[in-house]
Design a protein. Structure first.
Length: 267
């Protein structure tokens, strides 16, 4: 086979939630707990270790009242990958839970959408609600990486390696990008926060953090088109991912997304 990769979801934190918190227009009858998991994703193959997002650290978890299981850098180490060995990091967007730890990867180039940097440093950040998911220290660190010539900007679509591409969808954050990875079971799309849960996309019902609902709705179509099959996109925060994909480590919470899931969403 040509350029196929392995993909691992590394879970590093969790948060107890109810469905009322996870949909812009929740179903009032739905009361069963719906927790939120936090992940970074590791793409491996052809001598490359490409990291998708960098998570947050213990200090950030304390400020935000989240439960950090372990720092994503330590999760990676437990999985056998040193931070120094990461050469490419795709930052799907600059929210606190995707763009912390930016000082922990000394040899990495960061891949970011033009519009995400513009959004995170522009006029919308004067609004508390839009600003809330961002952490100024993370954004500032990314600005430092720009000045250090360690950022590769993408505008819309971009190739990170043969078989690994990024695609801007916006919506949740103006420069949100998803990642398409060729695997043994076909292209798999890491949708990040284009859909927090499977249900956000299935019901066409946005997660409440949203910059542009029209773009978000179009983003769901883009994710479906890129994936080409309902079992080949991975939501950004859904605990179901850990139930249906095979565990890939006895040391850390790692799940093999290039393998066939135990449950199918195909109709
Ligand atoms: Zn986000
Ligand atoms: Zn997120």
């Amino acid at each position: 086979m040509g350029n196929v990769y392995e993909i691992y979801a590394l879970r590093y934190a969790t948060m107890a939630r109810t469905p009322q918190m996870n949909f812009l227009a929740p179903d009032p009858h739905e009361t069963k707990a719906q927790d939120l998991d936090y992940f970074v994703w590791l793409v491996r193959g052809h001598g490359r270790n490409i990291l998708v997002d960098t998570g947050f650290n213990a200090e950030e978890a304390g400020v935000r009242g989240r439960k950090l299981t372990l720092n994503p850098v330590d999760a990676l180490a437990g999985f056998g990958v040193k931070a120094e060995d990461i050469k490419d990091i795709i930052v799907t967007h600059l929210h606190y839970d995707h763009a912390g730890n930016l000082d922990r990867f000394p040899n990495a180039t960061y891949h970011l959408q033009d519009r995400e940097m513009a959004y995170a440093t522009g006029r919308c950040m004067c609004n508390g609600m839009l600003r809330h998911p961002f952490t100024v220290e993370h954004v500032t660190q990314m600005v430092r990486h720009v000045y250090g010539e360690r950022v590769t900007f993408h505008n819309g679509e971009g190739e990170i390696a043969p078989g690994v591409t990024v695609h801007r969808v916006g919506g949740h954050s103006d420069g949100l990008q998803v990642v398409k990875v060729e695997t043994e079971r076909g292209p798999v799309v890491l949708a990040s926060d284009a859909t927090h849960y499977y249900a956000n996309l299935h019901r066409r019902s946005p997660f409440p953090i949203v910059y542009n609902i029209g773009d978000m709705a179009e983003g769901w179509r883009i994710v479906e088109r890129l994936a080409g099959h309902p079992d080949r996109f991975i939501p950004g925060h859904d605990p179901i991912v850990c139930e249906i994909y095979p565990r890939a480590s006895d040391k850390v919470d790692a799940f093999a997304l290039h393998k066939t899931p135990s449950r199918s969403f195909a109709k």
